[in-house]
Design a protein around this ligand. Sequence first.
Ligand code: NAD
Length: 260
Amino acid sequence: MNRFEEKVIIITGGGSGLGRAAAKQMASEGATLVLVDLNMAGLEETKQVIIDENPNATVELVEANVANEEDVQKYVQYTKDTFGKIDGFFNNAGVEGKQNLTEDYGIEEFQKVVDINLNGVFYGMKHVLKIMKEQGFGSIVNTASVGGIRGVGNQSGYAASKHGVVGLTKNSGIEYGQFGVSIKAIAPGAIMTAMVEGSLRQIGGDNWEEAGKEFVKANPMLRFGKPEEVAYLVAFLLSHQADFINATVIPIDGGQSYKY
Ligand code: NAD
């Protein structure tokens, strides 16, 4: 499939995990990519992996903090100036934050997680949507989480921010459908990336792999998801095949969020 031939796609959090996997998938289908991250070394690694597999791929890298609106303006304007349009936006960068009971959850930690996961997603939408509305087309996939559709425990900042991402998606989706723009959120369960390793280390320390084996016993499929499985979903949602999917959130969690 070449669903992304001549399509310009921005991905935040492109230096690792789900962002990198989505970048690889869409590059393999012809996408022109603008990858955004705080971590320039991670971005360089993603670019190398893509170029090794697709020597002709166009991959631009922008170092930016998604929690800083000026940085966000910069990566959006850079894309518009360089390529003239934005077909798709994977609004994905995020952090987990330190796990703690609500009463012990630090105020600074709460603000930091909300700044990145919620404000960062809002800034991205605000600046990308202006361009998509003018051009009359485009699609956005925001990364929420199962923590955006149910409680997970010990993650006040994370759950609040990800529920906020789902709210933004529903609200803006009904505003922008009339301009040919669709907005969706994904709600991944536990997908094995650096973030989940960090989360398991908070639970199990050096025995994090054992903690992981316990953790997945609660999943109907008895395993972690793979970044490439999320990448297939994101590529579908950013392609024209998913234009009529709008203002909604799609779980990808092996069924765990429907279990009780
Ligand atoms: P990851 O840690 O592998 O990648 C996250 C990337 O975001 C990193 O490259 C990091 O440098 C970047 N980033 C963090 N803060 C940033 C900032 N302020 N500005 C720019 N870049 C920043 O984690 P991941 O698992 O790939 O997570 C990607 C997204 O998926 C996050 O929003 C996360 O909350 C969400 N998510 C992940 C899982 C999972 O199980 N892996 C589940 C649900 C949701």
